[in-house]
Design a protein around this ligand. Sequence first.
Ligand code: TXA
Ligand code: MG
Length: 319
Amino acid sequence: MSDLKTEILGADAQGYARAAAIWAHGGRVAMPTETVYGLAADARNDHAVAGIFAAKNRPSFNPLIVHVADITKAQDFVIWSDVAARLAEAFWPGPLTMVLPLRAGHGLSHLVSAGLATVAIRVPAHPVAQAALRAFGGAVAAPSANPSGKISPTSARHVARGLNGRIEAILDGGPCGVGLESTIIGLADGPAVLREGGIAREEIEAALGQRIATQTDAGQARDITAPGQMSSHYAPNALMRLNATDRRAGEVLLGFGDMVADMSLSPTGDLREAAANLFAMLHELDQNGATHIAVAPIPDHGLGRAINDRLRRAAAPRP
Ligand code: TXA
Ligand code: MG
């Protein structure tokens, strides 16, 4: 369905005011964050939140992340704790999402938390997200601004490719610096990493002074299935082969570090650079019509863990 004219908004006072007005009227505006672009709508408005699921074709049992401008605003919605305070102090604004118990009278749409007693919340660091949230004065729910199952967008152009005609507007704030989604940490019963992401686990452990458990999909019983936790996700059109050290017939090789490749996530072997490039390069290869993408081995520490998580899902058997 392409019956909407998707407006492109500039990253200026006029653009922020327009985004805020669209949100206030229940519409959807894709906005840049430091991780990836998010498809944002008023987190208190059921109709608006339903519109996010519709635009993405997202299975509606998957809960969304609430984005707010600061800690004070976050405390309107969740039951705060000492651990939450320590993490917020260390990493907010920034690419860390905390899953906390919902507070009585929170007023959020139940679609945001998919009926759970907890909600995922974060304070994005991107100045454009900050400015738009402040112009709005409320909270927005925002999953990544891509059709469900596809590669997350790290530029306004990526968003337009996937969602043009399906959403009211795109706020163009240039490319995203981190390039991978936020790290999600569950705090409802003891800290646990629910999704690897833009803040390395080592940094979180250092901030808390303790080791933390992982509770992703590795055989754990979970009461929700999240898109980021589905096996096939973040997928380009091309088939993927991981841990490749050479290029086979018909493949393009996405390299890392000192090697001969068609394109490189980071020629110097820098994980931060590789994270920032990952989705953008997969988008580019997709657009160039690649049918088989081979990807070099990525070290499995720090941001490398999140990169490998996304690569495994991109390579997983498709539904
Ligand atoms: O960087 C990011 O986090 C981006 C930008 C836009 O902020 N957003 C993002 O949202 O990645 P999304 O919807 O693609 O991923 C949300 C993740 C899902 O894996 C979902 O399961 C998890 O958050 N989640 C949300 N609410 C939860 C809850 N109450 N308990 C456990 N996981 C939750
Ligand atoms: Mg996503």
